[in-house]
Design a protein around this ligand. Sequence first.
Ligand SMILES: [Zn+2]
Length: 335
Amino acid sequence: MAAAVVMGEVFENEDLVKLILRKTANWSFLMSGAAADTLRIRAVERARLCLTLATVNWLFFRLTKGFAQSMMQAFREDALAFRDLAFAMCDKALPGSIQEQLATVRERSLWPAAVYGTSLMEDAFCRVDNSVAFTQEFQFLLSSRMPTHIVEMLDMLERRCVCCNAYNVKVTNKPGAWGLHPYAGPLRGDANDTYVYLQGSWLPHTCESHFVEVLFFRNAELQQFDMHMYNNYADRVPGEEIRFNHFIRAARGQFWFRPNIARLFDERNPRLRFVDSHHGGGGGDCQFVASICMYAPRMELTDWSLQSIFGLTRACVTAMVRRGSAMAREERLLK
Ligand SMILES: [Zn+2]
């Protein structure tokens, strides 16, 4: 009983809590030349600590939230500064010798390297005569997803797949899975709105196979919304694509199928509607492509998956896949 009272006093005392966290918050020493991997390991420790402490009580929650935000901010600032400096370096707009320029860029590379990949400085640039040029690694970095929450950042720091929680899944020469949200994301295009599109992003450390390109469309003649696979790759084993197909086959008859696709069309920025139209927009057929996964991934935004688009439980998605598979089998037998 006495111990509980003491614990209570400790956890309600704001100064004491700040004292505990100050040690956690003081990590500026890491920025002074420490390797990205050291930063990564320390950042993982601190992010985990944050998430654990946040569950203790309201006070801890408030303080750790502040700390988590400052950590995210430090990453975001460095990631943006790294991009800007790298562009300036390749445009020959940075002062000093190439070694000095590389050192300037390297200084801001620690955070992005810790989050996206540890060999960033080695892989992102190449020497061309007396200047520096980008490689594909840098292009990947430019369109990699920025974490929006400390949990998501922890996943990236730990090299963890947002779908299946597997660690270190990078097996191809790509930096992860290509995600294209049905309606959220930065708009790209020209000033006259003649060509506007939604930009997708690389989800680092995530298995490529979870994300599948699907086409959502509105049939003007039938006044109907529907979806199907965007690509059916005949030359590769389409594991997840088959399961997507099964899901769609079974879901098409459900009352929630078409209204939810109509909702996605409503959520899209009006500037996107016409350019994505198949026959020039207006009242004609309208369609758009998205790259989504089956089950809700560990990311903040909704509608990244079949599960969240149709508001289903995980078990229900699995049941739909099974039902679709049975329907396909039946169709084959009847032929
Ligand atoms: Zn995975």
